[in-house]
Design a protein around this ligand. Sequence first.
Ligand SMILES: Nc1ncnc2c1ncn2[C@@H]1O[C@H](COP(=O)(O)OP(=O)(O)OP(=O)(O)O)[C@@H](O)[C@H]1O
Ligand SMILES: [Mg+2]
Length: 236
Amino acid sequence: MTGEFLSVSDLQVSYGDMTVLRDVDLSVPEGGVVSVVGANGAGKTTLMKTIAGVKAPDSGSITFRGESAVGLAPHELIQQGLTYVPERHTVFPEMTVLENLQTAMVPVTDSSPDVLERVFDLFPILDERRQQDAGTMSGGQQQMLAIAQGLVVEPDLILLDEPTLGLAPKIVEDVRDTILEISDEGVTVLLVDEKIQLSKEVADELYLMRKSTLQYLGERGKFEAEYERILQETIN
Ligand SMILES: Nc1ncnc2c1ncn2[C@@H]1O[C@H](COP(=O)(O)OP(=O)(O)OP(=O)(O)O)[C@@H](O)[C@H]1O
Ligand SMILES: [Mg+2]
Protein backbone atom coordinates (compact mmCIF):
# COMPACT_ATOMS: atom_id res chain seq x y z
CA MET A 1 0.00 0.00 0.00
CA THR A 2 1.53 3.31 -1.06
CA GLY A 3 0.30 6.81 -1.72
CA GLU A 4 -2.71 6.74 0.53
CA PHE A 5 -0.86 5.99 3.75
CA LEU A 6 -0.93 9.58 5.04
CA SER A 7 -2.57 12.10 2.81
CA VAL A 8 -3.16 15.78 3.52
CA SER A 9 -5.12 17.85 1.09
CA ASP A 10 -6.21 21.49 0.84
CA LEU A 11 -5.40 22.03 4.48
CA GLN A 12 -5.95 25.44 6.04
CA VAL A 13 -5.05 26.17 9.65
CA SER A 14 -5.32 29.41 11.64
CA TYR A 15 -4.65 30.84 15.06
CA GLY A 16 -7.53 33.22 15.65
CA ASP A 17 -7.77 35.32 12.50
CA MET A 18 -4.17 34.61 11.45
CA THR A 19 -4.02 31.86 8.84
CA VAL A 20 -0.69 30.05 9.01
CA LEU A 21 -1.24 27.17 6.58
CA ARG A 22 -2.96 27.51 3.20
CA ASP A 23 -3.72 24.96 0.48
CA VAL A 24 -1.34 22.44 1.98
CA ASP A 25 -1.07 19.08 0.21
CA LEU A 26 1.24 16.36 1.46
CA SER A 27 1.50 12.67 0.72
CA VAL A 28 3.55 10.27 2.79
CA PRO A 29 3.89 6.79 1.31
CA GLU A 30 4.20 3.83 3.62
CA GLY A 31 7.72 2.75 4.53
CA GLY A 32 9.84 5.76 3.68
CA VAL A 33 11.11 8.97 5.19
CA VAL A 34 9.49 12.23 4.10
CA SER A 35 10.89 15.53 5.27
CA VAL A 36 9.51 19.06 5.44
CA VAL A 37 12.08 21.84 5.70
CA GLY A 38 11.34 25.50 6.16
CA ALA A 39 12.48 28.60 7.95
CA ASN A 40 11.60 29.63 11.45
CA GLY A 41 7.90 30.41 11.78
CA ALA A 42 7.00 28.92 8.38
CA GLY A 43 4.33 26.69 9.89
CA LYS A 44 6.08 23.32 10.21
CA THR A 45 5.06 22.67 13.81
CA THR A 46 1.51 23.77 13.05
CA LEU A 47 1.37 21.15 10.28
CA MET A 48 2.65 18.44 12.61
CA LYS A 49 0.25 19.41 15.39
CA THR A 50 -2.66 19.37 12.99
CA ILE A 51 -1.81 15.92 11.64
CA ALA A 52 -1.32 14.65 15.22
CA GLY A 53 -4.75 15.88 16.36
CA VAL A 54 -3.39 18.56 18.69
CA LYS A 55 -4.67 21.47 16.57
CA ALA A 56 -7.93 21.53 14.63
CA PRO A 57 -7.80 22.66 10.97
CA ASP A 58 -10.20 25.27 9.51
CA SER A 59 -10.73 23.11 6.45
CA GLY A 60 -9.19 20.43 4.31
CA SER A 61 -8.68 16.73 4.79
CA ILE A 62 -6.19 14.47 6.51
CA THR A 63 -6.50 10.76 5.95
CA PHE A 64 -4.44 8.04 7.57
CA ARG A 65 -4.72 4.67 5.81
CA GLY A 66 -7.73 5.93 3.95
CA GLU A 67 -9.69 6.99 7.06
CA SER A 68 -10.23 10.61 8.05
CA ALA A 69 -7.96 11.64 10.92
CA VAL A 70 -9.59 15.04 11.42
CA GLY A 71 -11.36 15.36 14.75
CA LEU A 72 -9.53 12.46 16.37
CA ALA A 73 -7.68 13.16 19.63
CA PRO A 74 -3.93 12.45 19.84
CA HIS A 75 -4.48 9.31 21.94
CA GLU A 76 -6.96 7.98 19.38
CA LEU A 77 -4.43 8.55 16.61
CA ILE A 78 -1.79 6.76 18.69
CA GLN A 79 -4.14 3.78 18.89
CA GLN A 80 -4.39 3.88 15.10
CA GLY A 81 -0.60 3.85 14.79
CA LEU A 82 0.28 7.53 14.40
CA THR A 83 2.56 9.04 17.02
CA TYR A 84 4.01 12.53 17.42
CA VAL A 85 7.28 13.57 19.06
CA PRO A 86 6.89 17.33 19.59
CA GLU A 87 9.50 20.00 19.06
CA ARG A 88 11.63 20.62 22.18
CA HIS A 89 9.89 17.65 23.64
CA THR A 90 10.51 17.63 27.34
CA VAL A 91 10.53 14.30 29.04
CA PHE A 92 9.39 14.05 32.66
CA PRO A 93 12.63 15.06 34.44
CA GLU A 94 11.79 13.57 37.85
CA MET A 95 10.87 10.22 36.38
CA THR A 96 13.36 7.54 35.44
CA VAL A 97 13.95 6.52 31.84
CA LEU A 98 11.85 3.40 32.39
CA GLU A 99 8.99 5.35 34.02
CA ASN A 100 8.99 7.83 31.13
CA LEU A 101 8.61 4.97 28.67
CA GLN A 102 5.91 3.24 30.72
CA THR A 103 3.97 6.51 30.92
CA ALA A 104 4.17 6.92 27.15
CA MET A 105 2.68 3.42 26.75
CA VAL A 106 -0.51 4.26 28.68
CA PRO A 107 -2.71 5.07 25.63
CA VAL A 108 -2.03 1.63 24.14
CA THR A 109 -3.76 -1.36 25.69
CA ASP A 110 -2.49 -4.14 23.43
CA SER A 111 1.30 -3.62 23.49
CA SER A 112 3.55 -6.50 22.54
CA PRO A 113 5.15 -7.97 25.68
CA ASP A 114 8.66 -7.35 24.34
CA VAL A 115 8.16 -3.79 23.11
CA LEU A 116 10.31 -2.20 25.83
CA GLU A 117 13.16 -4.61 25.18
CA ARG A 118 13.00 -3.90 21.45
CA VAL A 119 13.15 -0.16 22.08
CA PHE A 120 16.04 -0.61 24.52
CA ASP A 121 17.86 -2.61 21.82
CA LEU A 122 17.57 0.42 19.57
CA PHE A 123 18.85 2.79 22.27
CA PRO A 124 21.67 1.13 24.28
CA ILE A 125 22.31 4.43 26.04
CA LEU A 126 18.78 4.31 27.50
CA ASP A 127 19.11 0.63 28.32
CA GLU A 128 22.13 1.44 30.51
CA ARG A 129 20.21 4.23 32.20
CA ARG A 130 16.82 2.63 32.80
CA GLN A 131 16.76 3.69 36.45
CA GLN A 132 18.30 7.15 35.96
CA ASP A 133 16.14 10.26 36.38
CA ALA A 134 15.57 11.66 32.89
CA GLY A 135 16.30 15.22 34.01
CA THR A 136 19.88 14.30 34.88
CA MET A 137 20.70 13.15 31.33
CA SER A 138 22.23 15.24 28.53
CA GLY A 139 20.07 17.04 25.95
CA GLY A 140 20.92 14.42 23.34
CA GLN A 141 20.01 11.55 25.65
CA GLN A 142 16.71 13.24 26.53
CA GLN A 143 15.96 13.64 22.83
CA MET A 144 16.64 9.92 22.34
CA LEU A 145 14.25 9.23 25.21
CA ALA A 146 11.61 11.44 23.56
CA ILE A 147 11.94 9.45 20.32
CA ALA A 148 11.84 6.22 22.31
CA GLN A 149 8.59 7.41 23.93
CA GLY A 150 7.18 7.76 20.45
CA LEU A 151 8.27 4.21 19.60
CA VAL A 152 6.98 2.28 22.61
CA VAL A 153 3.45 2.67 21.28
CA GLU A 154 4.57 0.62 18.23
CA PRO A 155 3.60 3.20 15.64
CA ASP A 156 3.34 2.70 11.90
CA LEU A 157 4.00 6.42 11.40
CA ILE A 158 6.13 8.65 13.62
CA LEU A 159 6.17 12.44 13.32
CA LEU A 160 9.47 13.96 14.43
CA ASP A 161 9.45 17.74 14.90
CA GLU A 162 13.02 19.11 14.77
CA PRO A 163 14.61 16.18 16.59
CA THR A 164 18.11 17.69 16.35
CA LEU A 165 17.29 21.17 17.63
CA GLY A 166 20.10 22.43 19.85
CA LEU A 167 22.13 19.22 19.68
CA ALA A 168 25.89 19.01 19.08
CA PRO A 169 26.99 17.72 15.63
CA LYS A 170 28.06 14.34 17.02
CA ILE A 171 24.64 13.84 18.59
CA VAL A 172 22.94 14.93 15.38
CA GLU A 173 24.71 11.97 13.75
CA ASP A 174 23.28 9.67 16.41
CA VAL A 175 19.77 11.00 15.77
CA ARG A 176 20.31 10.52 12.02
CA ASP A 177 21.36 6.90 12.59
CA THR A 178 18.35 6.38 14.81
CA ILE A 179 15.98 7.70 12.14
CA LEU A 180 17.50 5.31 9.60
CA GLU A 181 17.16 2.40 12.01
CA ILE A 182 13.54 3.27 12.77
CA SER A 183 12.85 3.35 9.05
CA ASP A 184 14.62 0.01 8.56
CA GLU A 185 12.30 -1.49 11.16
CA GLY A 186 9.38 -0.55 8.93
CA VAL A 187 8.13 2.57 10.70
CA THR A 188 7.31 5.41 8.30
CA VAL A 189 8.89 8.73 9.31
CA LEU A 190 7.64 12.27 8.72
CA LEU A 191 10.43 14.62 9.72
CA VAL A 192 10.38 18.38 10.11
CA ASP A 193 13.56 20.40 10.18
CA GLU A 194 14.75 23.95 9.75
CA LYS A 195 17.80 22.99 7.72
CA ILE A 196 18.16 20.57 4.84
CA GLN A 197 21.31 18.87 6.12
CA LEU A 198 19.68 16.02 8.01
CA SER A 199 17.02 15.55 5.33
CA LYS A 200 19.69 15.19 2.65
CA GLU A 201 20.92 12.15 4.53
CA VAL A 202 17.68 10.48 5.54
CA ALA A 203 14.77 11.67 3.41
CA ASP A 204 13.39 9.88 0.36
CA GLU A 205 11.23 12.87 -0.52
CA LEU A 206 11.37 16.53 0.43
CA TYR A 207 8.87 19.34 0.84
CA LEU A 208 9.70 23.00 1.39
CA MET A 209 7.45 25.14 3.55
CA ARG A 210 7.50 28.87 3.04
CA LYS A 211 5.00 31.65 3.54
CA SER A 212 2.43 29.18 4.88
CA THR A 213 2.47 27.06 1.74
CA LEU A 214 4.03 23.69 1.15
CA GLN A 215 5.90 22.93 -2.05
CA TYR A 216 6.93 19.46 -3.16
CA LEU A 217 10.59 19.42 -4.19
CA GLY A 218 10.85 15.81 -5.23
CA GLU A 219 12.62 12.58 -4.51
CA ARG A 220 16.15 12.01 -3.26
CA GLY A 221 18.70 12.85 -5.91
CA LYS A 222 16.47 15.59 -7.31
CA PHE A 223 15.39 17.62 -4.32
CA GLU A 224 18.88 18.80 -3.42
CA ALA A 225 19.25 20.63 -6.75
CA GLU A 226 15.74 22.07 -6.56
CA TYR A 227 16.34 23.26 -3.01
CA GLU A 228 19.62 24.95 -4.01
CA ARG A 229 17.88 26.63 -6.94
CA ILE A 230 15.14 28.00 -4.69
CA LEU A 231 17.72 29.20 -2.15
CA GLN A 232 19.54 31.10 -4.90
CA GLU A 233 16.27 32.54 -6.15
CA THR A 234 15.42 33.73 -2.65
CA ILE A 235 18.82 35.36 -2.15
CA ASN A 236 18.76 37.14 -5.54
N1 LIG B 1 -0.27 28.93 19.62
C1 LIG B 1 -0.10 29.90 18.72
N2 LIG B 1 -0.88 31.02 18.73
C2 LIG B 1 -0.71 31.99 17.80
N3 LIG B 1 0.17 31.93 16.81
C3 LIG B 1 0.97 30.86 16.73
C4 LIG B 1 0.88 29.79 17.68
N4 LIG B 1 1.79 28.83 17.35
C5 LIG B 1 2.42 29.31 16.26
N5 LIG B 1 1.94 30.51 15.89
C6 LIG B 1 2.36 31.29 14.72
O1 LIG B 1 2.14 30.51 13.56
C7 LIG B 1 3.21 30.65 12.63
C8 LIG B 1 3.80 29.28 12.34
O2 LIG B 1 4.40 28.78 13.54
P1 LIG B 1 5.01 27.32 13.64
O3 LIG B 1 5.43 27.12 15.04
O4 LIG B 1 4.06 26.35 13.05
O5 LIG B 1 6.27 27.44 12.69
P2 LIG B 1 7.57 26.54 12.57
O6 LIG B 1 7.86 26.43 11.13
O7 LIG B 1 7.41 25.30 13.35
O8 LIG B 1 8.68 27.46 13.24
P3 LIG B 1 9.97 27.07 14.14
O9 LIG B 1 11.09 26.94 13.17
O10 LIG B 1 10.11 28.26 15.01
O11 LIG B 1 9.69 25.83 14.88
C9 LIG B 1 4.19 31.63 13.26
O12 LIG B 1 3.91 32.91 12.75
C10 LIG B 1 3.86 31.56 14.73
O13 LIG B 1 4.13 32.78 15.36
MG1 LIG C 1 8.44 24.43 14.84
